[in-house]
Design a protein around this ligand. Structure first.
Ligand code: S3P
Length: 165
């Protein structure tokens, strides 16, 4: 009972794009824990942060991850902060986890225009750097495979992952 692959990485690493592409290639569903949280709460994540705070979001996220990790035959993508929870990192040990590594410059470019990421409003680049520096070792800790994404098309990244499945 396990997803075929679990994608982790910071905001702007391309998790959603690559997960959707992998799901298409493998002809299996794409499940995303951010989407599961939003469906469960009946509102966007940005509203959950504003209405209930980050801690409340993290506990909804944790519950969504526990449920999603029992799903078989799916490509699963996790929110960028999922790996902050030691229990989630421990749970990921038994799974086929791929870390989408991205440079600060590239990630900042990708999230710069998004207003749906409440932790990153304000100075996107500065906040993203702090967040990425703190989390890099945590992504690496849970990863079975790390894929450097800078300068690669989604097709190339997906092919690299498929080679390792
Ligand atoms: C977060 C990343 C978001 C979402 C939430 C918190 C984070 O997901 O889960 O806004 O702490 O990095 P993405 O990585 O898909 O942007």
């Amino acid at each position: 009972m396990s997803p075929v692959v679990v994608l982790v990485g910071p905001p702007g690493s391309g998790k959603s794009t690559i997960a959707a592409l992998l799901a298409e290639r493998l002809q299996i569903p794409h499940r995303d824990t951010d989407a599961d949280v939003e469906i469960g709460a009946g509102k966007p994540i940005s509203d959950i942060f504003v209405d209930a705070g980050e801690e409340a979001f993290r506990s909804l996220e944790r519950a969504a991850i526990v449920a999603a990790l029992t799903d078989t035959g799916v490509v699963l993508s996790l929110g960028g902060g999922a790996i902050l929870d030691p229990a989630t990192r421990a749970d990921l040990a038994g799974h086929n986890v791929v870390y989408l590594d991205v440079s600060l410059t590239e990630a900042a470019k990708r999230v710069g225009m998004s207003v749906a990421r409440p932790l990153l409003l304000g100075n996107v680049r500065t906040q993203l750097r702090t967040l990425m520096e703190a989390r890099r070792p945590l992504y690496a800790e849970v990863a079975k495979l790390t894929v450097v994404t800078d300068g690669k098309t989604p097709d190339v990244i997906a092919a690299e992952i498929l080679e390792h499945l």
